[in-house]
Each structure stands twice: as structure tokens, then as C-alpha cells.
Write a protein that binds this ligand. Sequence first.
Ligand code: CO8
Length: 258
Amino acid sequence: MKYETIITLRENAIGIITFNRPEQLNAISIKLREELTEAFQTMSNDDQIKAIILTGNEKAFAAGADIKEMQSKSYMDMYLHDNASKLQTVLKNCRKPIIAAVSGYALGGGCELAMMCDFILAAENAKFGQPEVSIGALPGWGGTQRLTGLIGKSKAMDMCLTGRMMDAREAEYSGLVSRVFPVEGFLDKVIEIATPIASNSVPVNQMIKECINQSLETNLQSGLLFEHRQFQAVFATEDQKEGMSAFVEKRKPAWKNY
Ligand code: CO8
């Protein structure tokens, strides 16, 4: 598929989506949101792809929604032509693991898009922020909600009210980022991490995602029950039989993804 604002490719079982507006620090325009939605839908439906990486370039993951494009918009323009919500829904409904690989700036909508992914890996030069307050706006794509869930109220208030940037180390110890790696060879490292994830049993990956996401929506007792039922449900899969047999027989499992 030929896109203008992103590049997509497949490396074995991993789909890689790279923002491609380097001159604008990968600012997220309407077109980019459209193309990203289409790319995620295509990869979600492609059985050869088992995990997805979303990334930018060394200087920027994405420096936010395109300010120049938004500058003169009215409420009705934003309300009626809301493809941002559509993209958010497509990401939420994607059953494959999605890793955000962040190098450089992940600001505003860029930080929010990274948080829509399942987890964030960062290069040492990564900078996260919700600077909307400095342009007379506020985070509108999960910055006040997901960020608070990930780093807590105090830090989320600090980030959103000051608009300051958080470096990769602070993002890691605050819980926004799962791991930090050197800038050199960063994408290769992310692919190295995604490769075993992409070779897990597909239904088991999906169930793990469902369980963890459920924890964000429900109380502990309901979440524990949901998790335990899913655990019991794996005993209906061929992959549980194969995985446990392979362990006992000291060999690698050959998943049937069933
Ligand atoms: N939108 C449009 N263009 C941008 C953006 C952006 N968000 N960020 C950078 N650019 C452009 C610059 O205008 C510049 O273009 P030009 O060369 O034509 O002037 C080019 O990229 C390079 O940028 P700088 O010269 O500014 O580069 P610096 O290295 O000096 O600074 C910064 C880098 C600090 C990242 C700086 O560019 C900056 O502050 N950018 C804006 C960050 C920001 O405020 N982001 C939040 C945007 S609002 C938002 O994301 C709302 C999310 C809600 C989403 C809901 C969907 C509709």
C-alpha cells in the first residue's frame, strides 16, 4: 500500500508503521490520521502479521497534532470531522500487540498516540510531554486520562499544567515507558523484543491483552474473575496442550494458533 505520510512494511511476522513527515517532526495531520487508521486496519486483518511496531525517526516520534492545520478550525470543524476518535477506536480494537517505539519528541497527540499502544519502548533521547497548555489548548486524545493512569495524578497534573517535557529515564521510572535503550540500533532492539511476542500463540496474546485492558475498566474482583475464566479457557485451546507438552518434552512449541 502506498501512503504519503507513513511508511509500512512487514519484517517476518512484524508489521512496522513509520511516521513519514520528517520536516514537520511527524506532526499528526488529518491525512496522517486517515492513513494510520487504514494501515492499522490492514495490519489487523493480515494473518501474517502477529505484532505491530509504531515508530518515527530519531528526532521525533511525533511532535503532536498538526498545529498549522488546526489553528483556524472551528468547534464544528473539529466535531464533525473527527477522524481522531476513529483512529483511537481502531487502535483499541486491534487484537495484536502494538509497541510504540519512541525516539526523540513524543509530544501532545504524539505522546497520546504512544499511550494508545500496548506499551512504550524508548530510546535514550526520547522526550515526552503534553505541551498543549502553551498553545491555549489541552490534551484531547487521552493525555489527561491515560497519562494519569500510567504516572499518577501528581505527575500528570505537573506535565499537563506546566507543559514540560519528561526525558526517557523519568518516563521509565514514572511508569510511562517500559524500557529504555541506546539511540543507536534502537529499532533493531525493538524488533528483537517484538519477535518473540510475534511468535507466541496468537489467541493467548489476545487473551493477555484483553485481561490487562480489562483491569483498566473494572474493579479488582471482576477483573480477577475475568482473568481466571480466561485462564481456564486456555485449557480449551490446542496451544495450551502443545505448550505444556513441549515443556515436558523439552522442545520448542509449534503453535497452532487455535
Ligand atoms: N504541528 C505542526 N508543525 C509542527 C509541529 C506541530 N505539532 N511541531 C513541529 N512542527 C514543525 C515546525 O513548525 C517546523 O516547521 P517549519 O520549519 O516549517 O517552521 C518544523 O516542524 C521543525 O520544528 P521546530 O523548528 O520548532 O523544531 P525545534 O527543534 O526548534 O523544536 C519542538 C522542536 C520543541 C518539538 C517544537 O517544534 C514544538 O514545540 N512543537 C510543537 C509541540 C506541541 O505543542 N505539540 C502539541 C500539539 S497540539 C496536540 O497535539 C493536541 C492533541 C489532541 C489530538 C486530537 C486530534 C485532533
